[in-house]
Design a protein around this ligand. Structure first.
Ligand code: BLA
Length: 511
């Protein structure tokens, strides 16, 4: 799981996707020098777009290409420092050469002004947008927020499928919300994909530039031509260019997925890439510029509500756990012996922490509750973990097999373990076990045949991805949130106090 944190880059991570030397053909690009506004580079389709002879392009000042007014606006925006790549200058204007209405996005990056333009039609933001925003504002859970987001973005954009893809701590991903046309099979909801499907440099770029639209996967990219004296020694950095041609490797992935038109819009939370809203279309799909803006606004609205609904969900889960914890304390208070009180009362400790099972170890004796390895293995795990813990500090692991390979065979019940210690010299313990994560995935069909897709290309790559993900996640459990440890420790502390009180009572009796 640590592969992505190392310094070694995989071939996928090595592709310099920010300098492809080409753009997608549904627009044209001009790169200008900010001091004299001279043209440094242009896309090979620029002469057609601007209605100007190719040979003349380099000689023409910006004003004659895009009009005096727009050129002046861009210069002013640049002077005010308002050509930020993440928040480009946007406008529509008719080209002086041919009168065609164009959408413009202009930004400056690494000291170069990049003007991108594509044909558009007059129109306002979609009328449905305000109502959708209100619905998103009122959503009370991640599930509801996600569902509303994918539904409204699909309705707005026309994609056949819209997904919310959430990254985990290791950058694997899961499709947590989906809206799709009924004849698009299979559903990808709940499927997991490995970290490598969206390599590191892509994630880093997506954290800075928040959207990508590919209207036509198979459209031949248009080369960038340089007219600077040095022949363009530096390839033009398209990190923030909306027309950037996407990686051919990734386009191949989409070919295998039977996806043609696509989009991905970044969901940012606390400055970090939390996930993507992904759009799929089997045919080419050109989402007009104004609708693209609407889509990105909705994704931003989703992102702004995220922290709130996730925090609320976290609190709900915590509250349930606090209630269970309280029940366990009550059961212990009413019992002579706390071990059965924890493991065989109406509520047992395995109910906590989405664990498959739990155990109490006291004086070398093991009491199991739910799905757990055999008692002697539980003792072995306890000793192994204690050897790694300082002064009886609690231990959690989501990958017990990584601590010792002899536990691999128990990953079905104990891929992850939490142990909190109590008693004299911390020799006793409460333990919780979590199974291997792949077994806890909900699949529509037979879990042993997780992707029973029919023949055909579409079905193959996600399945391989899933298999790679499964391989990576072998012997891993879900990670333990910090608050689970707090509750477990509080339980162990109570037991310590109970024991101490009991011993004091015994002392009083004998004294
Ligand atoms: C990029 N990979 C991406 C992107 C997505 C995925 C969403 C963002 C680009 C976009 O907007 O389409 C992956 N797409 C998915 C997944 C689903 C989906 C998981 O629809 C599931 C629902 N990809 C690989 C391998 C390599 C790879 C093995 O699977 C490398 C050899 C590369 N993926 C790769 C690269 C990019 C990418 C290089 C960057 C594309 C770019 O922005 O230029």
């Amino acid at each position: 799981l640590a592969a992505s944190q190392g310094v070694d880059l995989t071939p996928c991570e090595r592709e310099p996707i920010h300098i492809p030397g080409a753009i997608q053909p549904h627009g044209a690009l001009l790169a200008l020098h900010p001091t004299d506004w001279a043209l440094m580079a242009y896309s090979a389709n620029a002469s057609t777009t601007f209605g100007i002879e190719l040979g003349d392009l380099g000689q023409r000042p910006l004003d004659t290409l895009i009009g005096d007014t727009l050129a002046a606006e861009i210069r002013e925006a640049f002077a005010k420092g308002e050509l930020d790549g993440a928040n480009p200058f946007r406008t529509t204007a008719c080209l002086p050469g041919n009168g065609v209405l164009m959408d413009f996005a202009v930004h400056s990056h690494n000291g170069i002004i990049i003007v991108e333009t594509e044909q558009t039609t007059p129109g306002d933001l979609p009328a449905a947008l305000p109502r959708t925003m209100v619905r998103l504002r009122d959503a009370s859970s991640l599930a509801e927020l996600g569902r509303l987001t994918v539904q409204s973005i699909r309705a707005l954009s026309g994609f056949e499928r819209v997904l919310i893809y959430r990254f985990d701590a290791e950058w694997n991903g899961e499709a947590i919300a989906e809206d799709k046309t009924p004849d698009l099979e299979p559903s990808l909801l709940g499927l997991h994909f490995p970290e490598s499907d969206i390599p590191r440099q892509a994630r880093e770029l997506y954290a800075r530039n928040h959207s990508r639209f590919v209207p036509d996967r198979d459209a031949a990219p248009v080369s960038l031509l340089s007219i600077s004296a040095d022949g363009g020694a530096q390839p033009l950095d398209l990190s923030f260019a909306r027309l950037r041609a996407l990686s051919p490797v990734h386009l191949e992935y989409h070919r295998n997925l039977n996806v043609n038109g696509s989009m991905s819009v970044s969901v940012m939370k606390h400055g970090r890439l939390w996930g993507l809203v992904i759009g799929h279309h089997r045919q080419p799909l050109l989402v007009p510029p104004a609708l693209r803006t609407a889509v990105t606004l909705l994704v931003d609205a989703f992102a702004m509500r995220l922290t709130e609904v996730e925090t609320a969900a976290d609190w709900d889960e915590r509250r349930d756990h606090v209630a269970t914890h309280a029940r366990l304390l009550e059961q212990m208070a009413g019992a002579d012996d706390f071990v059965p009180a924890l493991t065989s009362g109406p509520v047992t400790m395995a109910r906590l922490f989405n664990a498959g099972g739990a155990a109490v170890i006291r004086d070398g004796e093991v009491r199991l509750d739910g799905g757990a390895p055999p008692a002697e293995v539980v003792l072995d795990i306890m000793e192994t973990l204690r050897a790694r813990s300082k002064e009886g500090e609690p231990v959690t692991t989501e990958h017990l097999a990584g601590i010792s390979s002899r536990f691999v065979q128990h990953s079905g019940t104990a891929s992850g373990v939490m142990a909190v210690y109590f008693g004299p010299d911390h020799r006793d313990a409460l333990m919780w076990f979590r199974p291997e994560v792949t077994r806890t995935i909900t699949w529509g069909g037979d879990p042993s045949k997780p992707v029973s897709f029919e023949a055909g290309q579409m079905r193959i790559l996600p399945r391989r991805s899933f298999e790679r993900w499964t391989e990576r996640m072998r012997c891993y459990s879900q990670p333990w949130s910090p608050w689970t440890l707090e509750i477990a420790q509080s339980l162990a502390q109570t037991i310590d106090e109970v024991i101490v009180r009991h011993q004091r009572k015994l002392g009083e009796l004998s004294g």
